[in-house]
Design a protein around this ligand. Structure first.
Ligand code: MG
Length: 275
């Protein structure tokens, strides 16, 4: 893993600017700072500013564990392509497949509320129903070991056995048949006719993209981590602003950039720098 904001990293960013690329990002911990209260996460003003500029120039997507509706309430129209539930919710998934994923998730929720409601309340663990997957949150819980033990006990009862992805103070359970962030990104590259992509994430679910080890995808992790399959890292979440600014400014300086991007990527006319 190398630090992105170096000459070498910048050259790799410039290289993807020359192709028709998809710029895709995780939300929590990547575009938005991790906050104590899950519902309080939002885009900072500078990140929204540069993200909107990028999205006006090229195909841009957010692939998050949140539901699409939740993302929409936080991002608005800044980014045109929103993919939820760790890659399983969006227009790229087949209706029959998504219906099955929904049924699996609601079956799990029924079992959980029927058998573990009281224990969950006592422990402080909350279960978020994201329609296509469930998330057990314990960020605000003091007895963290007990919380994790309870979550493990509950997960052991779920049928079919879910795919489990650990996050920061959250355990996500997904249908074993649901598509993940890696498959979602590849599908969006195909749909948007992009030959290369940038993907930035900070968490275990993002390793589904990093682990593709696809030479067409420039992968960046927020926070250096041993064992991550990402090519580059950023030292902290706030450096996302610098990366977005670089993409927009370097892209605008080159005559090769953004070519052919507007038919899919842009939803509004390009505005000029005096805004
Ligand atoms: Mg994240």
């Amino acid at each position: 893993m190398d630090y992105l904001l170096t000459e070498k990293g910048k050259l790799d960013l410039e290289a993807i600017l020359k192709d028709r690329s998809l710029y895709a990002f995780d939300f929590d911990g990547t575009l938005a700072k991790i906050v104590q209260e899950h519902h309080a996460a939002r885009l900072s003003r500078p990140i929204r500013f540069w993200l909107e500029k990028l999205a006006k120039r090229a195909p841009t997507a957010i692939i998050s564990g949140r539901s699409v509706e939740d993302l929409r309430s936080r991002v608005g129209t800044a980014v045109p392509h929103l993919i939820g539930n760790h890659g399983s919710e969006g227009p790229h998934t087949r209706q029959e497949d998504i219906q099955q994923v929904r049924e699996t998730s609601s079956g799990w929720l029924e079992l959980i509320t029927g058998r573990f409601q009281d224990e969950l309340i006592r422990s402080g663990v909350t279960v978020e129903n994201k329609s296509y997957s469930l998330s057990f949150h314990y960020r605000t819980v003091e007895q963290r070991d007990e919380a994790r033990a309870l979550i493990s006990r509950i997960i052991a009862e779920l049928s079919p056995p879910p795919r489990i992805v650990l996050g920061k103070s959250v355990v996500n359970v997904m249908s074993p048949t649901a598509s993940h962030k890696g498959t979602a990104l590849l599908e969006y590259m195909r749909r948007l006719d992009c030959s290369t992509a940038l993907y930035v994430g900070d968490d275990e679910t993002d390793e589904d993209v990093f682990a593709l080890r696809d030479h067409r995808i420039l992968t960046v992790r927020v926070g250096k981590k041993k064992g991550s399959a990402a090519r580059y890292f950023l030292k902290r979440q706030t450096e996302i602003t610098e990366m977005l600014r670089l993409l927009v400014e370097v892209g605008d300086q080159s005559i090769h950039t953004w070519s052919g991007c507007h038919e899919h990527g842009a939803t509004r006319p390009v505005q000029h720098p005096n805004e």
